[in-house]
Design a protein around this ligand. Sequence first.
Ligand SMILES: [Fe+2]
Ligand SMILES: [Fe+2]
Length: 271
Amino acid sequence: MQTLSEMAVDVLTTADGREKTAKSRAYAARWFDARAAGEEIPIGTATPPLRPARPEAPALLDPREVPKRKPGSPQGRIALLHAVAHIELNAVDLHWDIIPRFAATPLPPGFYDDWVKAADEESKHFNLMCDCLEEAGSHYGALPAHAGMWRAAEDTAEDLFGRLAVVPMVLEARGLDVTPGMIEIFRKAGADSAVAALETIYAEEVGHVAYGSKWYHFLCGRHDVDPLPQFHALVRHYFKGALKPPFNEEKRAEAGLAPDFYWPLAGEPRP
Ligand SMILES: [Fe+2]
Ligand SMILES: [Fe+2]
């Protein structure tokens, strides 16, 4: 029987975006069908690639070389959708990567439920963004994208505390801060399908941040570590630069992220 780690590595080593997300969704369905039937898919072991396979396009550029987008124009909106599609594809890989990467750490089945569900949702998000791009006459791969996206995964490849602190609790939490502004841009442009897609993303990302916070606190409890100072130390170590206010305090709270976690890491004092 194919183990969950083997499924994860299959997703990670699939280059094409639509093919990657199709596998991701099929494996997620297999996992949850088995869980519902009371059957056990073993977590197993498999070696995840240091970097996941990606399609030939988009070209990956240093963030400083990615052309700045002006969201007021149709081209700017396409660039924005393209950037979100790229983030979502990266997120699919991030959520599958955590499974085989840390398979040596025994964790309750709920840990796998959460990340498989998150990976399934990221797959849906990528497909939604691709649909919106195609509706606008473009496609994923038509524009250059950020090269640095996988950096956080490589930096935290041997530190599950660091992975949870930086990926869901910093990077995905940042998504909660910026998504309402993006939705407004598309609403003003009357782009209904993009508004609906981004609202789905916004609603589901709260869960991913919450999974991060839940399992971070679980691990702290297991090792009798004080969560707050350890979080600050991990983010300072793995995440270069300050966190950017304004923060979406309401959605962060919904996801179990209290202000004393992120405000001390902001480049400015709390107002
Ligand atoms: Fe997402
Ligand atoms: Fe996410």
